[in-house]
Design a protein around this ligand. Sequence first.
Ligand code: SF4
Length: 823
Amino acid sequence: MELNRRNFVKLLVGGAVGIQLTPLPWKLTDDIAIWTQNWPWVPVPPAGAFDSVKSVCSLCPGGCGIAVRKVDERAVKIEGRTDYPVNPGGICPIGMGGLQLLYDKDIRFTRPMKRVGPRGAGVFQDISWEEAIGTLCSRISDLRSQGKPEALAAVDGSYMRGSTMSLLIERLLKAIGSPNYLRTPSFEDTYQMTSTLMTGREGPLACDLENSDFVLSFGCGFLEGWEGAGRILNAWTILRDKALSKKAKVVQIESRASNTASKADLWVPIKPQTEAALALGISHVLVKEGLYNRKFVEEQCFGFDDWTSSDGKEHIGFKTLLLKKYGPEQVAQITGLKPSRIVSLAVDFAKAKAPVALFGKEKGDLNGSLYECMSIMALNALAGKLNQPGGILISDPLPLGILPDFQQDPVALAGNSKPRLDGAGSPSYPFTRSLINNFADTVSGSGDSPVDTLMVFSSNPAFTLPDGGRFKKALEKIPFIVSFSPFRDETAFMADLILPNHTYLEKMDDVVWPAALQFPLYGLSRPVVKPLYDTRHSGDVILQIAKKLGNTIGDAFPWGAYEDVLKIRAMGLFKSGPGLVHYDGKTQTWEDLQVKTALKPDYKDFDELWKTLKSNGLWYRPQYATGAGQDPFKTPTGRFEFYNSRIEQAVSGNTRNGSREEILDAMGIHVRGDEVFMPHYEKPAIPVKSSDYPLQLVPYELINLATSWTPSPPFLMKTLYDNELLKDTSFAEIHPRTAAEYHLKDAQRVWIESPSGKVNVRIALFEGAMPGMVYLPLGLGHSAYDEFLRGKGSNPNDIIHPSKDPLSGMPVWWNTPVRITKA
Ligand code: SF4
């Protein structure tokens, strides 16, 4: 084997991947035996009756089926289910360690509490549920009687877009009179906007990865936990098997030699944030060489060729844009690749029978750039591979039951008519539903906080937002914060009142279409153990709050228990047509997805569906969401839109707010002319002098660290290597050449400093790092939780310098200029 940079890196990183793909990492197994002897809360089950309870994991959007082994009433082990069509028998290290989140009292809250120490110190006093709910309700009643219900806001970080809990939170706010329902950002937001704009369908990202033969991945961390490791690692195995017989190929495009890059057939390192340019460069070659799907483009797309609108105005089409601005030489200048590489990627993509271009960087839990996502989607369309085996499957949301409409009283109507504090949906951000970054800036930038009371559900924005600590600063200004988190996280430590939810193993909740799955699936988790402590399901608490507030608010929530609401939602599935509630694990769902014969339901009526759903956690329809030959596009033109009608309407309809120039500036869009309405590359604006901050920070994710709102099970800290975390210090990966420029040695302590702050880390020299970049892992640097997570490493989010994605206005993660100094 030739030992070049790529092979060398593959050798180094390959070992780590092998370990992470075993059911339980060897290092973990090795260390736990000694380590756990000092942990008082490690479950040591007494002899008793053995049982195994089926449920669904909701620790990430992957929605894996799990079986929890029990001895008497004590849960002792979590395994993957082979009778669940998402994750044939497999789960990830986080899912495997889930019992620690159930048992570790230093990680979770065990009863309602009120704050008695300074904010952030985590000093609380026990109170009763009656006092907790009463305190919140009287605060809300006061706001309503002062005529400012909009001063109540909520942050929701539920992994599942469209989950029943999310519906209830938004409904509560609406019934009270506040439009300020916020969500923490995720890649699903970017995808949903892309799909709505280009295809007119709002369904979740669905991709038929298992049936692809050429995967062009724009940074998707397939081995880092992309869209839920349970299914994706299985899909990876299938792709690798096919690769061995030369029937499939995975190309990984990202600047760092991640585990995925090092195990892919081809690693294409490009400058971060130039992915849109590469996608457009590949499209250029497809068009110029006639390698695109002419029939699909002519019959089902809009805006490919130049055209004249009804007012007689001439417009350029996507083809002209590609040919003019995205030739291989031009794209090579932007991405740092050779032109020949761009051409060969295009030829390979065109030659494949079932190619797919995929988006959603790292785990897919960070929002992306909207124009970038549109550029990659356009590539799939040029290949004519939407709704085809192996491709992106555009779809509608799950046909869940709709909750009945309700009456708003005059106070609620007045509050709901006020503008949102984050500007989402306004002329500047017409397609974005929530902008928590703007919300933080609005609160921080006001004299008195416009928010009086903030409720926080299933999220930890003080830790997870890429904003250099701005959200945390905003929290300091908000007079009253209520956390519904089951966990003692950083945001909860800022709260005045804790109304703790059950952990995921103690409650019934829904998993609405696991991330990126090909076909519609509704999962239902169940309590595998009775709640261990005095916690309550947040769904039930919302019903109790509404009842206590009474009048129209109480009337909007006529249900006795959260389960009643879930049942209404499941009724929608029943009415939508046939589905299945059992899976025998013998047939692989991805092998036979195209609709051939009508599906026969395996339940006789709704009662049987509901009963089985509660015990087996599963309803699904193993067919492509939208088959070929149907009418897939619901855009204004009825076609897949390269030239986007909705963006054009949003810009044109906004003229009373300023000149076109001003409107585009307010939307953060720098190009002009027809290009605004088509996928294109926008050069990121660097907010500071490059001589002051000459390097670029790129955060990355690991499969064995939770990076979103749920904590990592503490055992996982023992799976980190000594060049990832050494005692309390995490490592920044840099290329040896960059280290030499700054006279740095391996493991040396340094400061990484951005315009937003600095962190103290050690240097890890890594051949797989792109020169000029600094890579920091996400998921470390907690100031909350237990002694095994608190104070371990640094959180890159603390120094990410906030900037906004053009058009969507969402935060940008990969654009922070930094400098390194010796510590
Ligand atoms: S991939 Fe996600 S859903 Fe599956 S076991 Fe891991 S954390 Fe749970």
